[in-house]
Ligand binder design. Structure first.
Ligand code: FMN
Length: 396
């Protein structure tokens, strides 16, 4: 055991709307979740070792990360990806999240769970238990399930149209919220996809409504987020004009639903390669790029391009060119350098695009790598764009 599990009071995370930055950390759920590279997979810790998760969770909380985010899925990205340890094996989000919850006191823990694959009754029950277990620090990344291979594995039709997937997502969330609201009383839910009746068993969530994330920023995805979610998760691509457009469109859509535009935050995923000197960071990044497995990168790119309208628009280029980008941090812009260099780049993205929320995607995810990010936050604080989670009540 590297360290004892945290005991004592767990602090719920209130929603606080302000202009300060928030930071999530993409949780390592496979040997190399963010780069299609066997060399990177070998350099990272053992993803199936619970101690790696405990140490990383405590590191993330100590340095000032607001939440961690477990992506998830039921089929791999392709045989080449599985061969290099990219997304294979992949730990199950709702099963491994409690380890992070038990090891920390304040960190938000977001799990991906798919709308189409599980009944709202199962989703409501898993979610309520995760929220209680964490003392009100759980968030749900509700995804539609966009992969044809997963639909096939579940025996579902894979012809469901892109925009209809978000109708399923919206109704699933509505049904789950009805189940959470039951609090021991009978409920009846009649929708297009679900008909539910009865008294669901407790426990019920600690948060009045657990924080909802969604990772689709196509017009249909944004419509769902603006009406019903709290955080949109998307890739910060190199072309910042595209990021600015997404930030603006989502704010407009949120306002059109009668909500304060700041009520919906964005978690923009940005790759990170950090080191104590700029030269060392550049060297690390060059090594990562050189180790890229192009067959696996093509597999990942094909998956994103097939399932996401946003990726089709952002990576409208020849497959190998798209794969070289998507094979690293799913096509997100990669910030490379010392803590000071990375802080400067984050401030620049914030200044140019208005983005306030970031999902840090460490290409190398050993706790010592993530620990280096701890020096970024004080610089952001001095620049007036970030406050410690503690000073704002650990709010989302
Ligand atoms: C960086 C990133 C990570 C994603 N992770 C997952 C995931 O873990 N599981 C999943 O089923 N879908 C995942 N998705 C897919 C999205 O949920 C969504 O279905 C897809 O991006 C289509 O979005 P669109 O509305 O922009 O077209 C991810 C998308 C992005 C951009």
């Amino acid at each position: 055991m590297t360290s004892a599990l945290a005991t004592g009071r767990r602090t719920p995370k209130p929603r606080r709307i302000d202009d300060k930055m928030r930071f999530g950390l993409m949780w390592p759920n496979s040997p190399s979740p963010n780069v299609t590279s066997v060399e990177v997979a070998k350099r990272n810790p053992d993803v199936l070792d619970i101690n790696s998760h405990i140490t990383l969770a405590q590191t993330a909380e100590r340095i000032g990360v607001d939440f961690v985010f477990f992506a998830d899925g039921y089929t791999n990205h392709g045989l080449d990806n599985a061969r290099v340890g990219h997304g294979e094996p992949c730990v199950s989000a709702p099963i491994w999240a409690p380890i992070v919850m038990a090891a920390t006191e304040h960190l938000g823990v977001v799990t991906t769970m798919h709308a189409r694959y599980l009944s709202p009754v199962v989703l409501a029950r898993l979610g309520a238990n995760l929220d209680v277990l964490s003392g009100g620090r759980w968030g749900w990344n509700i995804v539609p399930g966009a992969k044809g291979s997963e639909a096939k594995l579940f025996g579902l039709s894979d012809t469901i149209e892109h925009d209809e997937r978000y109708q399923v997502v919206a109704e699933t969330l509505e049904a789950v919220r009805a189940l959470w609201g039951a609090r021991g009383e009978p409920i009846k839910f009649d929708g297009k996809y679900y008909h539910l009746e009865g008294i669901p068993r407790g426990p019920y969530p600690v948060q009045e409504s657990p924080v909802i994330f969604n990772a689709g920023v196509s017009p249909a995805g944004q419509e769902f987020i603006a009406s019903s979610a709290d955080y949109a998760f998307f890739a910060v691509v190199d072309d910042l004009a595209k990021v600015t457009a997404t930030v603006r469109q989502l704010a407009e859509k949120t306002a059109a639903h009668g909500r304060d535009p700041r009520e919906v935050n964005l978690a923009g995923s940005t790759g990170v390669v950090i080191a104590r000197t700029s030269a060392e960071a550049a060297e690390k990044f060059a090594w990562i790029k050189d180790s890229l497995d192009m067959d696996a990168a093509r597999g990942w790119a094909r998956g994103f391009l097939a399932g996401s309208q946003t990726y089709q628009a952002n990576f409208d280029q020849e497959l190998d060119e798209a794969a070289r980008k998507i094979g690293i941090a799913a096509g997100s812009r990669v910030l490379v350098g010392t803590a000071a260099d990375i802080a400067e780049q984050l401030i620049e993205i914030h200044r140019v695009t208005g983005l306030r929320g970031f999902m840090l995607v460490n290409l190398l995810w050993a706790p010592e790598e993530v620990e280096l990010l701890g020096d970024v936050f004080p610089i952001l604080e001095r620049a007036g764009v970030w406050e410690t989670p503690e000073s704002r009540g650990w709010s989302w």
